[in-house]
Design a protein around this ligand. Structure first.
Ligand code: NAD
Ligand code: UDP
Length: 328
């Protein structure tokens, strides 16, 4: 049985990856320190004979007993609100955490895939974004803690590949959504759905003309799975190229949820990218991958998930208490 370590396992993408690898017949070790994740995302795997959970902060030395075939490094705060609240932890998990996991991969002779992001392109001047675009990033702006951590992560991963001959994979993930996103992580989909369910107005930042392209989680996981098993060591965009303005998206949510609330406009956060759409030609060519689930279908599933949350969860609007998860 192949053994895989997934960091960030209690998070949104990490927990879906755990499910996928278990269903493919792997022995899965999930690692997380719960800083932005939730135990609930892994509850269904607690007694699974092919799953093991290790509570650990990956910025500290990572030790795994026995053999390891693959590592998927997904630990990192991922929403702008999260990484603005825990900027140092964000920088550390992308840099020190990635270094530890590369070291572990080298020691175990394992293949490692790291979760990068469309944020490496910053506020892009090339549209749609192709993998050969170097990006337009403000190193010292508020988003810099995430963007630069991810850029460093790519650099150190390529250095391990070139210098140590390590088998590495880099996925550049574009906005992905689905069940198990945290309702109050500030990302636009849980934000809008939460507002609609609570009977609040939908907050569009700026004039809403900025664009995003939303990928359903099952499509994202399929792309990641294929990339891991491919022989391609350079970054690959995985996302859904179907682009929409945030204002039009808010209107879609109003229709989907049937809310009688309206859109209210708030200040656009600093360095909020004005446009984002993946060019997925490379993924199509080398992975024979493209998204299958359109936004209408994916959003219906996601909305149904959020509808199962209890009233208490829905109205627990205060942000997660990060401090209790930061161990010295
Ligand atoms: P998430 O916040 O739901 O999950 C991240 C998980 O990592 C959480 O469970 C958190 O507790 C854990 N974590 C953070 N720091 C840790 C540390 N030091 N040690 C151990 N665990 C730690 O976010 P997500 O959306 O699932 O994102 C997962 C990965 O995918 C991240 O690396 C993110 O940058 C990347 N990504 C996601 C998206 C997206 O749209 N969802 C887009 C681009 C990139
Ligand atoms: N956004 C918004 N209202 C919200 C939350 C987000 O208008 O309540 C906007 C945000 O400014 C950005 C887009 O939605 O332009 C996507 O934001 P998100 O935080 O989901 O991810 P990003 O792509 O910016 O990392």
């Amino acid at each position: 049985m192949k053994r895989v370590l997934i960091t960030g396992a209690a998070g949104f993408l990490g927990s879906h990856l755990c499910d996928r690898f278990i269903s493919e017949g792997y022995y899965v070790m999930g690692m997380d320190n719960f800083i932005t994740g939730d135990k609930k995302n892994l509850e269904h795997l607690t007694n699974h004979q092919h799953f093991e959970f290790i509570e650990h902060d990956v910025t500290k030395f990572v030790e795994i007993k026995g053999t390891l075939d693959y590592i998927l490094h997904f630990a990192s705060p991922a929403s702008p609100i999260d990484y603005l609240k825990i900027p140092i932890q964000t920088l550390k998990v992308g840099s020190l955490g990635t270094h530890n996991l590369l070291g572990l991969a080298k020691a175990k002779n394992a293949r490692i895939l790291i979760a990068s992001t469309s944020e490496v392109y910053g506020d892009p001047l090339v549209h749609p974004q192709t993998e050969d675009y170097y990006g337009n990033v403000n190193t010292i702006g508020p988003r810099g803690v995430y963007d630069e951590a991810k850029r460093f992560q790519e650099s150190i991963t390529m250095a391990y590949h070139r210098f140590h001959g390590l088998e590495t994979r880099i996925v550049r993930i574009f906005n992905t959504y689905g069940p198990r996103m945290r309702l109050n992580d500030g990302r636009v989909i849980p934000a809008f759905i939460g507002q609609a369910l609570r009977g609040e107005d939908l907050t569009v930042f700026g004039d809403g003309s900025q664009t995003r392209s939303f990928c359903y989680v099952d499509d994202q996981v399929e792309g990641i799975y294929r990339l891991l098993l491919s022989d391609y060591a350079y970054p690959v965009n995985i996302g859904n190229p179907h682009e929409i303005t945030i204002k039009d998206f808010a209107e879609e949510i109003i229709k989907l949820t049937g809310t009688t609330q309206k859109i209210v406009y708030k200040e656009l956060p600093q360095n909020d990218p004005l446009q984002r759409q993946p060019d997925i030609s490379l993924a199509k060519k080398i992975l024979n991958w493209e998204p299958k689930i359109d936004r209408a279908e994916g959003m219906k599933i996601t909305y149904n998930y959020f509808k199962t949350l209890t009233k208490e969860e829905l109205f627990k609007s205060e942000h997660k208490d990060f401090a209790q998860h930061i161990k010295k």
